[in-house]
Write a protein that binds this ligand. Structure first.
Ligand code: ARG
Length: 605
């Protein structure tokens, strides 16, 4: 223990004596409320505590159990005469805890709980000493699959794949932070009848396609289109293409090799995008599940789920006008048969308890249907694990309000789109450094790294900040604006905090060990409390699979920090140590937000 000279209030400072927080603040308060409820109503086995963040000024959290309990006991002979007296009893029976500063009961029994300033300060210091991992939310899921990005072989990656990559990576990161083991899966479209068509076309029309077109995915896409045209127009070719599918599926050497080459060319192209975006993902494409399809369909058939319909084999789903086709009338398997097999594999072989699919909303019906089929098969119990979610998202639009395209109305190449963002950032940064005479303080490498961090960060943040279900308009000018809710603004806000700390000349590692935090000014408390909400926000963003919730939090954090910094002098003030620690905590939480959104922070501007 030490005494802060300004306040004379004792605060714990030695980090090693502090136990890490257990889950979110809400969970910790819920535990206290649960104990109280058990004491107040010993007969009523376990009433679930209803605790929420408080929106009025009388509390930081509130317990909303009183009214519900009252409506149950009203009329019975108890010691309670109204909901307010139930609230009073909940307060009286709360166990002694360092978390709670004070409580009050409002009108119909709402219990307002103000956190203890000392506890908030201590928790923040504890986080600084023991790492932000101590603030991770807790989930009942051990292993999750996040199926994201998933472009199609022989086709250019498009903006839809970009959205899936950005959103999926963020969801994976948030779950990983919450100590869930995440299997990041790239379910690439690498199987199906289209390969017969493409391979035949290459064999017949482009004899040197392999040598001449190393890494030439763009050409591959052209060949793909031409092969489709030929397939539709030329009956004899159609037949040869269909035979090629059979040969490929039987594993005939020449066909297999061509298929592998096509996949490799595509893969090289995809990896350019992943490298730029720093996204880790493991490819387990559609072909991986092919050997499992027959076995899985047999299981479904044995359950009596598969019916014959117009020559195809289908599963009827209640409430759906069309059935789910699992074997086409030509005997081939399709997207749904693969997805059912992949789901079976993920649940049974990979032991995934939560399987999350990130694709555009256009595929909602496919997911609804095969999830329903899996539920019929008993693979997905109600309200329990394993569970599945389709994380749908809207379109990326151009200035004209239509689907985002280049001027020549081609699909935009993602690599070009990303490079453009970086090059604009670089230009802007260089210009600014020249204008304020700081260019000599920067190396070329620093400029390049910063431009990349800001450029890619801007593209990602512009996507993630919207509720994923809405369409959004792609605009470099908007996303690269240094004012407003943009990555540029936020990255600069973070760099500014770092510069405050640097300018103080203090050794922060040392300060964490010997210093203490005191929340004396109202704006310090607001900032401290906002930091404490971090875990709850990540929990909410994961539960509802909405990264925009984290973006909103990050933006508010930077606003809250600005307010604090405007009203509280840091460097040179009597409260300097405490306030520097608060600055550091804000920077640490901001960095974690950036990380979870897939954005690389910058430290200097
Ligand atoms: N390849 C598909 C597409 O481009 C997305 C695959 C999504 N994942 C899945 N398991 N269906 O639309």
């Amino acid at each position: 223990m030490s005494f802060d000279l300004n306040m004379g209030i004792s605060t714990a400072t030695s980090c090693s004596h502090l136990s890490p927080p257990l889950g979110t603040v809400k969970h910790q308060i819920s535990k206290l409320v649960k104990i109280s409820l058990a004491k107040c109503f010993p007969g009523d086995a376990c009433i679930e505590p209803l605790v929420a963040i408080c929106t009025n000024k009388f509390g930081d959290y509130q317990c909303n159990n009183a009214m519900g309990i009252w409506s149950k006991i009203k009329g019975k002979s108890t010691e309670f005469k109204n909901p307010n007296s139930v609230g009073q009893a909940i307060v009286r029976n709360l166990p002694q805890s360092e978390i709670i500063g004070s409580t009050s009961v409002a009108g119909p029994g709402f219990v307002n709980i103000l956190l203890s300033d000392e506890w908030v300060a201590k928790s923040i210091l504890n986080m600084l000493c023991n790492g932000i991992g101590t603030w991770a939310p807790v989930f009942d899921v051990k292993t999750a699959v996040v199926d994201f990005s998933s472009p199609n072989i022989a086709k250019e990656m498009h903006v839809g794949n970009l959205r899936s990559t950005i959103i999926g990576d963020s969801i994976a990161k948030m779950l990983e932070y919450s100590n869930v083991k995440v299997l990041r899966r790239n379910h690439v479209g690498d199987w199906g009848t289209q390969f017969g068509m493409l391979i035949r076309y290459l064999f017949e029309e482009i004899p040197d396609w392999e040598d001449a077109n190393k890494n030439a995915i763009g050409d591959l896409q052209e060949f793909y289109k031409s092969s489709k045209r030929k397939f539709d127009a030329d009956e004899a070719f159609k037949k040869r293409a269909q035979e090629a599918v059979v040969k490929l599926q039987k594993g005939e050497e020449q066909y297999r090799a061509a298929w592998e080459k096509i996949c490799e060319i595509s893969r090289n192209d995809f990896s350019q995008v992943y490298k730029r975006l720093k996204v880790e993902i493991i490819e387990k494409g559609e072909s991986f599940y092919n050997p499992y399809i027959e076995g899985v369909l047999k299981k479904l058939d044995d359950l009596g789920l598969i019916k014959e319909s117009e020559g195809a084999r289908v599963i009827f789903i209640e409430g759906q006008t069309i059935p789910l086709i699992v074997v086409k009338s030509d005997g081939g398997f399709n997207y749904a048969s693969t997805d059912l097999s992949a789901l079976w594999y993920r649940i049974n072989e990979e032991k995934a308890e939560w399987i999350i699919y990130v694709t555009d909303v256009g595929q909602s019906q496919h997911f609804d249907m095969f999830f329903s089929a899996a539920r019929l098969a008993g693979w997905l119990p109600n309200n329990s694990i394993p569970k599945t979610n389709h994380v749908g998202f809207g379109l990326v639009l151009g200035d004209d309000g239509k689907r985002f395209r280049t001027r020549s109305s081609e699909v935009v190449r993602l690599v070009d789109l990303l490079d453009e963002a970086v090059s604009r950032c670089k230009q802007e940064l260089t210009q600014r450094l020249e204008n304020n005479g700081k260019i000599s303080e920067w190396t070329d490498a620093e400029i390049a790294e910063t431009a990349e961090a800001v450029g890619y960060g801007a593209v990602k943040y512009a996507d993630l900040k919207n509720n994923r279900l809405t369409n959004y308009t792609f605009s470099y000018d908007q996303m690269l604006n240094d004012k407003g809710n943009t990555a540029v603004y936020l990255l600069y806000a973070h760099a500014r905090i770092c510069s405050i700390i640097r300018k103080s000349g203090k050794d922060m590692e040392e300060l964490k060990k010997v210093g203490s935090i005191v929340l004396s000014h109202a704006d310090e408390r607001v900032l401290g409390l906002h930091l404490m909400h971090f875990a709850e926000i990540v929990e909410e963003a994961c539960t509802n699979l909405l990264p925009n919730v984290l973006c909103e939090y990050l933006y508010n954090l930077s606003e809250t920090f600005t307010k604090f910094y405007t009203s509280c002098q840091v460097v040179g003030s009597p409260e300097e140590s405490s306030r520097l620690l608060l600055c550091e905590a804000a920077a640490v939480v901001m960095r974690k937000c950036f990380y979870l959104l897939g954005i690389t922070p910058v430290f200097k501007i």
